[in-house]
Design a protein around this ligand. Sequence first.
Ligand code: PLP
Length: 465
Amino acid sequence: MLFVTIDRKSSVSLTQQIYDQIRKSILNRDLEEGERLASSRGLSAAIGVSRNVVLEAYERLIAEGYLEVRSKSGTFVAKGSFLPAKGKTSEYEKVMPNVADRKPIIDFRGSHPAMDQFPRKKWGQLTRDICYEAPDHIFGYAEPGGIRELRVTLAKYLQRVRSVHCHPEQIMITTGATQALRLITEMLIKARTGISVEDPVTDEMRNIFFSAGAGIIPVPVDENGIIPECLPKEEGTGFVFVIPSHQFPMGGILSIQRRVQLIQYARELNNYIVEDDYDSEFTYEGAPVPSIQGLDPERVIYVGTFSKILSPALRMGFVVLPTHLIETFRRLKWFHDRHTSSIDQLVLSRFIEEGYLDRHIRKMRRIYRKRREVLETAVRASFKNAKIIGRAAGMHLVVDIPDIDFDDALAGEIEKQGVRIYPVEHFAMNKGRHTHQVVMGYGSLTPEQILQGVTQLKKFLSTRG
Ligand SMILES: Cc1ncc(COP(=O)(O)O)c(C=O)c1O
């Protein structure tokens, strides 16, 4: 059944309005295949427009195949011109979460930065300046490893703040650390070669390695990070993946003795250490520990990201490579996506060079320290026997509550109360060692949300007895 309504105040022409409504009715199956349409004369009289307007709309729909004319019978909806029936869930709706249906939730997700603190004004100004002033070549295809300005700036920055030793040529700009890790795995792994990975670790990292063809060898961590004595002794493993500055999720900082042991191990087995330095700028007790890369730049592949310091939306990461791996990585990067956005690279380079990054980090360190204190205090006040695990750094901590078994089922129950927490067991490959522990991130939550979240958590857990 066809209903057409006309809006005479609209800037859209009358013909277009009729065309749009009939087309939509056919695609939604409000008009069925083979259904007869009102005559142009009948429709024009019903909606109060001239017949020519209706004829014009019909002719367009006939030309595009939505309608067909049968001689002496009229105009009909053509065969095969509809989408799946209205009411059925489309493939798109099945895979895309319905954002409107989501209940507000206090999400203690680890490593999520404070989105409300992104330096929008300065980033916007720099982007505008670059669009007006940058030379034309910036708007063309660029070097796969990244634009020179950013690599030079980064080399100086990394030397100053992380004791990373490198020439700008050793730096490859990537679309997030995620892409860097994917390409490193592709570069170093032959069919299902095992790589040593800290256990527990984020499932995202595991998935990156596995999908790039690696087998995963879990190596346990304690409060000081990965335990080198537990590394596999045989040759043939691709690399050791470590997060030495603030292990995720357990929060350990790898001691210098273990760093040295790792390098000796890599030298003996002729493989590499891949160092993920994703949130080391945020340390709240003492100074950040320098990178492992600085100890042996030919054995350590250093991976960094601006997702935590600035925003994951930028998709800006990088890798610092031993010199003999530069060319292979460069080629792989080209095949993946040619290069990361040069305009954003230039903005980032100016942002660092003109001192805004240092300022932003100082500000964020104060904000995150405060959020961490609020969380620690609230947890200790609410759960008398709770222990906080991990060094005061980054954007998350681990809480150990001896009389509670945290698992995905309990996390699901807690989520129904409007709070999302992350059991450490979820991240563990060898199960059973972290049953009482839960990851709580505070980066993207205000102090008020943190307090509300802990209160709700306590209320729910105490009702379980
Ligand atoms: C351990 C770790 N490293 C790095 C990243 C950053 O990845 P990306 O730079 O692709 O956003 C994440 C993301 O959450 C992470 O958990």
